[in-house]
Design a protein around this ligand. Structure first.
Ligand SMILES: *[C@@H]1O[C@H](CO)[C@@H](O)[C@H](O)[C@H]1NC(C)=O
Ligand SMILES: *[C@@H]1O[C@H](CO)[C@@H](O)[C@H](O)[C@H]1NC(C)=O
Ligand SMILES: *[C@@H]1O[C@H](CO)[C@@H](O)[C@H](O)[C@H]1NC(C)=O
Ligand SMILES: *[C@@H]1O[C@H](CO)[C@@H](O)[C@H](O)[C@H]1NC(C)=O
Ligand SMILES: *[C@@H]1O[C@H](CO)[C@@H](O)[C@H](O)[C@H]1NC(C)=O
Length: 400
């Protein structure tokens, strides 16, 4: 696998992330439909390509019955590559940088064609766009450095998939649409939400759902490393994202700060639902906690959920302070009635991959996430729920 020492951010997270994707994904007896890949037509000619130049691709499952004119899109997670070396590594060795291998995918619970599991969206057209650009579908750099052969074109992948489905699969008749994503894809949802809306000018209800994508800077958190800003600054710079970040943000703040959800969320015009934990496992373990090897004890504290009781006093303080800071960034977000909020206290990232979390293992005011998302989307009720009861992470894997 080569030398990993150049990977500065979250090497453990990458391992944990890949495990998460393969566990807890199925409930007893559930038959998850496997969907084959579709490559974007003429992707290479259009320049809608992955870091390594392989064509952009998506997984499409058609809608049926009264869902034929409704569309749900998924933008996956997988962090970001922030330097030439990281992006080269990703393009050569990781599925998040290349479409050399495109195995079939089973979809997230809110995209599955199962009415019991997914009563509100089960018969919608469902599209999973492969994430292989390393920058949350935001970059569009024409030039390709011949030395590295890196293509920075996630933005074009996103646009090409939209255009293709609009012209070939009836998406021009879309009535309802959702853009959903988690982690780096949850951030991509926030940053691409208004753009998504612009592809569907005639649709009546277009909304966005960001899961675990609300990465905060957590500046001046006593005892924390200020890693997120370094990681995001390098990402914004390397992928030349400044011109694509919301202008209303970049007019008042340096571009790297406009890659943080807290600074752009109020610039998003399209209705947006934020599903996040204020004890987000990735943020705590990889962006806030000092990375190894400087303090090995952090692994025991924040990486393994079951070890939370073993955190030192200092670590515990930092975790509690992070919560305070996270909640502060949400201040005022509930002023906007189109905004949905479901903010939990579990030590978790990638909340919705597990159908049990979607169906009721995690609730706020007795509402499951499935009900909350559906109620908000169809405006059956306003959903602005924040768990303020817990000041320390709870282990939602143990809730049954
Ligand atoms: C649909 O989802 C329910 C609830 O999760 C599950 O019990 C059932 O097996 C699923 N049906 C199929 C056909 O997979
Ligand atoms: C997916 O592709 C495989 C291999 O080409 C094929 O055998 C299978 O029938 C395809 N599945 C669907 C649902 O089209
Ligand atoms: C981490 O936990 C393991 C197993 O519980 C223990 O052996 C080790 O000493 C711990 N390391 C630190 C630095 O706390
Ligand atoms: C906490 O640490 C002790 C000593 O290292 C270990 O025996 C115990 O299993 C740890 N607790 C948890 C919940 O991991
Ligand atoms: C939730 O449901 C329980 C049991 O039905 C009930 O006692 C409780 O009051 C409910 N809580 C809220 C916030 O609705």
């Amino acid at each position: 696998m080569g030398d990993h020492s150049h990977i500065r951010v979250a090497p453990w997270f990458k391992i944990i992330y890949s495990l998460l994707v393969f566990i807890g994904s199925q409930v007893d007896g559930e038959n998850i439909v496997q969907v084959n890949v579709t490559f974007i037509t003429d992707a290479v000619a259009k320049g809608a390509v992955c870091l390594d130049g392989t064509p952009g691709a998506y997984y499409y499952y058609p809608g049926f019955d009264d869902g034929v004119n409704n569309w749900i899109f998924y933008l996956p997670g997988g962090a970001w590559c922030d330097t030439k070396e990281e992006c080269i590594y990703r393009s050569k060795y990781q599925s998040s940088g290349s479409n050399k291998e495109t195995p079939p995918k089973g979809f997230w619970p809110l995209m599955r064609p199962n009415k019991t599991l997914n009563p509100d969206f089960y018969n919608w057209n469902a599209v999973w766009i492969r994430y292989c650009d390393g920058a949350s579908f935001m970059a569009d750099v024409e030039a390709v450095d011949p030395e590295t052969n890196l293509h920075l074109r996630g933005r074009r992948i996103f646009a090409s998939v939209m255009e293709e489905l609009i012209s070939t699969k009836g998406m021009k008749n879309a009535v309802n649409a959702v853009l959903f994503g988690n982690s780096a894809g949850g951030l991509a949802v926030i940053l691409n939400c208004d753009r998504f809306r612009s592809f569907l000018p005639d649709a009546s209800r277009v909304k966005c759902i960001s899961e675990s994508g609300f990465f905060i800077r957590a500046k001046d958190l006593p005892g924390a490393q200020d890693t997120a800003i370094d990681y995001f600054s390098r990402t914004v710079e390397f992928h030349k994202l400044a011109e694509y970040l919301p202008k209303s943000c970049t007019q008042r703040l340096p571009p790297e700060l406009c890659f943080f959800a807290e600074n752009v969320v109020n610039d998003i015009q399209t209705p947006l639902f934020l599903l996040n934990s204020y004890f987000d496992r990735y943020q705590l373990s990889s962006l806030v906690a000092p990375n190894p090897p400087n303090e090995v004890g952090w692994y025991n504290c924040t990486h393994e959920t079951l070890n939370l009781p073993n955190c030192t006093n200092n670590q515990e303080h930092l975790i509690r302070d992070f919560r305070t800071m996270f909640l502060k960034t949400l201040d005022g977000l509930d002023d906007n009635p189109s905004r949905g909020l479901f903010i939990i206290s579990c030590h978790i990232h990638d909340i919705l991959w597990d159908p049990l979390n979607w169906q009721g293992k995690i609730t706020l005011q007795n509402k499951t996430i499935q009900q909350a998302v559906g109620d908000w989307y169809f405006e059956r009720s306003s959903v602005q729920l924040i768990d303020t009861e817990h000041t320390y992470p709870i282990n939602c894997n143990l809730i049954v």
